[in-house]
Write a protein that binds this ligand. Structure first.
Ligand SMILES: NC(=O)c1ccc[n+]([C@@H]2O[C@H](COP(=O)([O-])OP(=O)(O)OC[C@H]3O[C@@H](n4cnc5c(N)ncnc54)[C@H](OP(=O)(O)O)[C@@H]3O)[C@@H](O)[C@H]2O)c1
Length: 280
C-alpha cells in the first residue's frame, strides 16, 4: 500500500505525515509537494519518505505523482480564491481518476449543507465532494471543523491586558479543533481499510462557549477576565462565524483519536504564549 498526501509541506500535511509514520513504514508514504528543495521536503527524504512534485496548477505533475499510488489524501488548497481552488481540486480529481487511485480522501469542511451555508467556502467543498463522486472512485470525506486558530483573531492580548474579552453578542458555540487532533484522527483513517465511501465530521464532541473561553484565559494567565458583549465591535470574523456551523458536534474525531480531543485550555496556549506564567 502506498499513500500520497498532497500539501505535505503545510501545517496539517506535516502533522499527518508525522502521525502516519507511527502507523505505517516510511516507504509506504509519499509526500506530494510543490517545492522538493524546501526544508520540509528534504527532511522527508532523510526520513525515507518518497517526495514527488504535486502542483495543483500543473496537472502533468499530478499524473506523475499519482502513478502506482493506492491511496490519495487531497488536502484542500490554500489559495485565497475559491474559484481557483475549485479548478485546482478538479485537476487533482481528474488525475486521480486517470491513475485509477484505489481510495481518494479529501479534507472538506464540517457540517456542509445543513441550511445555513451561504459562503463560497461551502460551495467549494460541496462542489469538490460532488466532483469526487463523479469519478466513481472509493472516497472518504474528512469534514474538518474550524481550526482553533480563529481565537487568534479575537483580540486575546487586549482581553488579557484589560481583564475583559469583548465579543459580538450571540449564542456562540464552537466545535473547533486543533490541527494536531485532526492529524491523529486522519492518520488512523489513512492507515485503516474500512473507510471507503464514508463521510466523517471531524469536530470536537462538545462545543465550548465564550464564557468558557474567558474562564480558560483566566485560569491560564492567573488574571480575572470577564466577558463583555459589544454590538459595536469591528471584526470580520463574526460575519464569517455566523455563516458556518460551529455548534453541531460529532464523536467521529474522538473515535479515530482513540481518546479525548485536546482540552480548550491546552488548545489556546499557543495563542497567548507571552502571557503564560513561566511554569505553565
Ligand atoms: N478548517 C479550517 O479552519 C481551515 C483553516 C484554514 C485553512 N484550511 C484548509 O486546510 C488546508 C490545510 O491547512 P494548513 O493549515 O495545513 O494550510 P497551510 O499550512 O497553508 O498548507 C497548505 C499546503 O497546500 C499547499 N499548496 C498550496 N497551493 C498549492 C498548489 N497550487 N499545489 C500544490 N500544493 C499547494 C502548500 O504548499 P507550499 O508549502 O508549497 O506553499 C502547503 O503545503 C488549507 O490549505 C485550507 O484549504 C482549513
Amino acid at each position: 500500500m502506498s499513500i500520497i498526501i498532497t500539501g505535505a509541506t503545510g501545517k496539517l500535511g506535516s502533522l499527518i505525515i508525522e502521525q502516519l509514520l507511527r502507523k505505517v513504514s516510511a516507504d509506504q508514504i509519499i509526500a506530494g509537494v510543490r517545492h522538493p528543495q524546501s526544508e520540509r521536503a528534504q527532511c522527508y527524504i532523510k526520513q525515507g519518505i518518497d517526495v514527488r512534485i504535486c502542483d495543483y496548477d500543473q496537472p502533468e505533475t499530478l499524473h506523475q505523482a499519482f502513478d502506482g499510488v493506492s491511496k490519495l489524501l487531497l488536502i484542500s488548497s490554500s489559495n485565497p480564491d475559491d474559484t481557483v481552488r475549485l479548478r485546482q481540486h478538479a485537476h487533482v480529481i481528474e488525475a486521480a481518476k486517470k491513475c485509477n487511485i484505489e481510495h481518494l480522501l479529501y479534507t472538506s469542511f464540517a457540517f456542509l449543507g445543513d441550511g445555513i451555508d451561504s459562503t463560497s467556502l461551502h460551495h467549494l467543498h460541496l462542489a469538490t465532494e460532488h466532483a469526487i463522486l463523479t469519478t466513481g472512485l472509493p472516497y472518504t470525506f474528512l469534514r474538518n471543523a474550524l481550526y482553533i486558530d480563529f481565537v487568534g483573531i479575537l483580540g486575546l492580548d487586549a482581553a488579557i491586558a484589560k481583564g475583559e474579552l469583548s465579543i459580538y453578542p450571540g449564542d456562540w458555540k464552537f466545535n473547533v479543533v486543533t490541527r494536531h487532533d485532526l492529524a491523529v484522527g486522519i492518520a488512523t483513517i489513512l492507515s485503516e481499510s474500512c473507510h471507503e465511501n464514508k463521510t466523517y465530521e471531524l469536530t470536537a464532541p462538545r462545543p465550548w462557549t465564550f464564557e468558557e473561553l474567558a474562564i480558560a484565559l483566566s485560569k491560564l494567565t492567573g488574571k480575572s477576565i470577564s466577558l463583555r458583549q459589544d454590538t459595536q465591535i469591528q471584526n470580520w470574523i463574526y460575519g464569517f462565524l455566523a455563516k458556518i456551523n460551529t455548534s453541531s458536534t460529532s464523536v467521529d474525531l474522538e473515535r479515530f483519536i482513540g481518546g479525548p480531543v485536546t482540552p480548550l485550555t491546552d488548545s489556546i496556549k499557543p495563542f497567548i504564549g507571552s502571557h503564560l506564567p513561566k511554569s505553565t
